[in-house]
Design a protein around this ligand. Structure first.
Ligand code: NDP
Length: 480
């Protein structure tokens, strides 16, 4: 069976323990490769390599740094189909989605930061008649990047690219549930001629390899995307060590539908926002609040469209939804559907797992599920499910909609559907979220700040925000 390898000091190598974990294909429920079960020894080697590489990499000319990052992007592009197949097989997402979103966006991340590093600049401040201050933006040193399983290469590259662009060396860990495209990326980095030690990729468990990265005193900054509970643990370890922290955590995003919206488009995009990637996107609009006057009409149209979604083999071009990422996650999602019925929810469609035939007979599939009749304060409407489950709730007034939207501990993203521009602006100001989409969902511009408030995280990624995170600002004051 194929063994995935760590990428340390420019070479692919086995974990020092020689221990491996099983890597499952969610669509079949079968083990198809082995992931290194790395430990502190591997992390130490990676950090040593990164420290050794830092002096040269941090002084590499901007054009040279840009060219190597473009080569990495081209390397992914040249092996596009292989990356797409690997992402789909590892995560359970459909081939179409991996080809339309994950892999193109990972390529864009490298291209974007390759170009951004040429334009990143620091401020200067004149104190009239007295002094001039200028700011140096210096790379931090060795940084840790840890990412989740839902958008594996896309989120991994969203961290690695700005960290490298600003002259840092990186020790990165993908989720051990979806390691394969990170492994392919390490091959691409070797092919592209990235200097040894600049990027190191360690595979393994969060509590072991991940924790070893977080705890290490030489890791000066940590960029983490994952669950809120894990984020809390990471902050508890890293904060007393005064590490810089960027935490992109969970969400329970509201989708506010007003009677004056463009109805057809709102229904279509709300289905997309609910069920893309099996609902396993931190930005998914999992709570839909609908103005009461169109509630029944919206519900009927929404459920009708959801019923047309085909859940099937991710390799099948006709499938709209693939498999849930793991058996444990499938069970978690099903337990929330059970909870919803206990809390008095009415299941309008779905509400159960699906058994497919043939190759996918043992895979992890759940029917897209729509629930109504739940109080907005109940657990189903307050906790992150992170699967193909969405709730519908009517509202009477704008104020009520805002209260319901802001009632959760999370504050990542939101959507507002209305043709009343004044109302859209008014609500956008009041919504507690890092991102507000008006008449759209997941429309992406790489220059914008990305991140959440409340339990959805600390700090922002994207554009120059990430480059600021991965640099230390040093003010230099020169007296006239
Ligand atoms: P987890 O928090 O379980 O894991 C995320 C990563 O952290 C994995 O690589 C994991 O490794 C690792 N990890 C776990 N424990 C530790 C530790 N103690 N120290 C260091 N690393 C650790 O999240 P999931 O992978 O389950 O991803 C789903 C979550 O991610 C959802 O809550 C979702 O909302 C959130 N998310 C947030 C996004 C955002 O931008 N705000 C975007 C995408 C997802 P391992 O896999 O081995 O446990």
């Amino acid at each position: 069976m194929e063994k995935i390898l760590n990428y340390i000091n420019g070479v692919l190598q086995e974990p020092s323990s020689k221990q491996y974990l099983d890597n499952y294909e969610p669509a079949t429920g079968k083990v198809y490769s082995q992931v290194p079960d790395s430990d502190t020894q591997d992390v130490q080697q990676a950090i040593d390599a990164a420290r050794a590489a830092f002096p040269a990499w941090s002084k590499t000319g901007l054009e040279e740094r840009m060219m190597i990052m473009l080569k990495i992007a081209d390397g992914i592009q040249n092996r596009f189909d292989e990356f797409v197949a690997a992402e789909s097989k590892d995560n359970g997402k459909t081939l179409q989605l991996a080809a339309a979103m994950d892999i193109p966006r990972a390529i864009s991340n490298f291209r974007f930061y390759a170009s951004a590093l040429q334009h990143f600049s620091a401020e200067s401040h004149q104190t009239p008649g007295t002094a001039i201050n200028y700011t140096l933006r210096q790379p931090i040193g060795v940084v840790g990047c840890i990412s989740p399983w839902n958008l594996p290469l896309y989120l991994f590259s969203w961290k690695i690219a700005p960290a490298l662009a600003t002259g840092n060396c990186v020790v990165a860990k993908p989720s051990e549930i979806t390691p394969y495209t990170a492994y392919l990326l390490s091959q691409v980095c070797i092919e592209a001629g990235l200097a040894k030690g600049v990027l190191n990729i360690i595979h393994g468990l969060g509590g072991k390899a991940g924790q070893a990265i977080i705890e290490h005193p030489e890791i000066k900054a940590i960029s983490f995307t994952g669950g809120t509970e894990t984020g809390k643990r990471i902050a508890a370890t890293a904060a007393p060590m005064f590490k810089k922290l960027s935490l992109e955590l969970g969400g329970k995003n509201p989708n506010l539908v007003f009677a004056d919206c463009d109805f057809e488009e709102t229904v279509k995009q709300s289905v997309r926002a609910s069920f893309s990637n099996q609902g396993e996107i931190c930005l998914c609009g999992s709570r839909i609040f609908i103005e009461r006057s169109i509630y029944e009409k919206f519900k009927a149209a929404f459920v009708e469209q959801v019923k047309t979604l085909k859940v099937g083999d991710p390799n099948d071009a006709a499938s709209n939804q693939g498999a849930i990422v793991s058996l444990a996650h499938k069970q978690k999602v099903l337990s929330y559907i059970q909870l919803a019925t206990e809390e008095g929810g009415k299941i309008l469609t779905g509400g159960h797992e699906l058994k497919l035939e043939g190759r996918c007979a043992d895979g992890y599939f759940i029917a897209p599920t729509v629930i109504e009749g739940l109080a907005y304060t109940c657990r189903t409407q307050q906790e992150e499910i992170f699967g193909p489950v969405v709730t519908l709730t009517p509202f009477d007034t704008e104020e009520e909609a805002i209260t319901m939207a802001n009632s959760v501990k999370y504050g990542l993203a939101s959507s507002i559907w209305t043709n009343d521009l004044k109302r859209a602006h008014r609500i956008a100001e009041k919504i507690e979220a890092g991102i507000v989409w008006i008449n759209c969902w997941l429309l992406r511009d790489l220059r914008t700040p990305f991140g959440g408030v409340k339990a959805s995280g600390v700090g922002r990624e994207g554009g120059f925000e990430a480059m600021k995170f991965f640099t230390e600002a040093k003010n230099i004051c020169i007296k006239n």
